[in-house]
Ligand binder design. Structure first.
Ligand code: CP
Length: 309
């Protein structure tokens, strides 16, 4: 049993540094085991339920792959309309039902705070796979894992987060998680999509250096890691406001001439327009490697929270 046994994963700022280290170390072990072709069975006889009430490719499929790679089994709701949520069932009642079927539950939901509500309804571990514009803590853990693999360290780095910092749950969680380290942030966004003040305040209280700018080139020139995000169309009430902002930033290959040597480009994906496809062949373009890192990180999380690591 470890410190994470029977814990929920709800927010990126819930983790103590030693818990983050444990997750990274456990993920490295699983990645190594998979690379050696080992067949793992630490979750044999266990069932994961994935409940996805918003669209997903990476998070749902990587959680399900992670469970299968650990020898466990998966039951899945891939969209709200195919579940009894469409008939008006409350989230609490759904979770109290699913706890009778599964050992661990992964939830994606359009409402901020839904994962906390789910966790209050059950003693089974709840993993937040994205709650509206709130948090996406398992993404931030795979993002950290990616930074460590690509850059060899995290302390001392300047990290630019660019795009929809208001509505992007991945950047909220990543900012909170990296607040445990000695990093400097550059937040690049249109004025209307700035990082929420409560997150900026939390980071400043921890002594993290923050520069805010609307200029992507300024961020690009100064950073070691550029984390691009899409403008989150589904969070806009006014479609014309989305149309005004949707192409605020487009990273192109020619822009990379101004980047530092050894620079890394990340993106949680899906991308829409914000990274031109000719960037994909750049050595530092890590976003598909980043998506693959979801497997060992989510294996580690599933095994740790169920006490099976
Ligand atoms: N990064 C991420 O959350 O992707 P999906 O929406 O495809 O799960």
């Amino acid at each position: 049993m470890t410190k994470l046994s029977k814990k929920d994963v709800l927010r990126a700022d819930q983790f103590k540094p030693e818990e983050i280290d444990l997750i990274m170390e456990t993920a490295r072990g699983y990645e190594q085991a998979l690379s050696e072709g080992k067949v793992l069975d630490v979750m044999r006889g266990k069932v994961l339920s994935t409940l996805f009430y918003e669209p997903s490719t990476r998070t749902r499929l990587s959680f399900e792959t992670a469970m299968l790679r650990l020898g466990g089994q998966v039951i899945s709701v891939a969209e709200a309309k195919s579940s009894s949520a469409a008939k008006g069932e409350s989230l609490r009642d759904t979770i109290k039902t699913v706890e009778g079927y599964a050992d661990v539950i992964v939830l994606r939901h359009p409402q901020t705070g839904a994962a906390q509500e789910a966790a209050a309804a059950t003693n089974k571990p709840i993993l937040n796979a994205g709650d509206g514009a709130g948090q996406h803590p398992t993404q931030s853990l795979l993002d950290l894992y990616t930074i460590l693999k690509e850059q060899g360290k995290v302390d001392g780095l300047t990290i630019a987060l660019a795009g929809d910092l208001k509505n992007g749950r991945t950047v909220h969680s990543l900012a909170d998680l990296l607040g445990n380290y000695n990093v400097n942030f550059i937040f690049v966004s249109p004025e209307a999509l700035r990082m929420p003040v409560e997150i900026v305040s939390r980071l400043k209280e921890r002594g993290i250096g923050i520069t805010e700018t609307e200029d992507l080139n300024e961020g690009l020139r100064a950073c070691d890691v550029l984390y691009m995000t899409r403008i989150q169309r589904e969070r806009f009430d006014d479609p014309s406001e989305y149309d005004r902002l949707k192409d605020a930033y487009v990273l192109t290959r020619v822009m990379l001439e101004d980047a530092k040597p050894g620079f890394t480009i990340m993106h949680p994906l899906p991308r829409v327009n914000e990274i031109a496809t000719d960037v994909d062949s750049y050595d530092g373009a890590a976003y598909f490697r980043q998506a693959a890192n979801g497997i060992p990180i989510r294996m580690a999380l599933l095994a740790l929270v169920t006490g099976n690591a």
